[in-house]
Design a protein around this ligand. Sequence first.
Ligand SMILES: C[S@@+](CC[C@H](N)C(=O)[O-])C[C@H]1O[C@@H](n2cnc3c(N)ncnc32)[C@H](O)[C@@H]1O
Length: 217
Amino acid sequence: MGREFDALFDEWSHSYDQTVSGKDSEYGEVFFQYDKILDAVAGRAEGFVIEFGPGTGNLTGKLLQRGLSVIGIEPSANMRKIAQHKHPSVKITDGDFLNFTVPKKVDTIVSTYAFHHLTDAEKRYAISLYRGFLNPGGKIVFADTVFKSEEAKREMIQEAKNRGFSRLAKDLESEYYTTVPVLASIFKDNHFEVSFDPLNRFVWLIDAKLKGVHDNG
Ligand SMILES: C[S@@+](CC[C@H](N)C(=O)[O-])C[C@H]1O[C@@H](n2cnc3c(N)ncnc32)[C@H](O)[C@@H]1O
């Protein structure tokens, strides 16, 4: 599992950059301040970076501007093609959050608008896996749609329906959007110190640092 959205993203790839620039009103609030959200993630990355689900390569560009070395893991062939065309110097390979190869351990794992494609059980497995790929003191920095609680999620879905945003409502109901408490427990159980900061009404910045063997807690 985890690759069930490939066809959707192959199709969306051609208009994706228009969506994130606010051209699709249903998704206006989801992508509100998209550029700043990518900057927030890139600004916390350091060293050698893996990026999961780079899509059309917009975060990849921000990481490169900061002089970081990055490899991208992207399951959609059409998305890979666009990102690779934008950033010919970057290695962007076929793979996903759970199945990937990297040449050496990394300092930061980043991803924007993508981790919700894993079920909560898969998210837990992914985070447990990443511990083995991070250098000591390594970080995971994600930005993604997350809800404060299940009740907040239900309210947002209802709001989308009330506004006639049927595609957004269907998306929120059918993908695996989770809550802050669920993610907090996944990171804590895997020995990360994690913080959550809201970036717009949907998206949170998730900054998780691997604790050292001598750290308490
Ligand atoms: C909404 S786009 C986000 C693209 C880009 N990160 C951005 O912020 O604009 C989601 C991306 O995640 C990718 N994706 C979907 N399922 C994935 C998985 N299981 N593992 C890694 N990436 C996945 C999609 O192919 C797509 O490129």
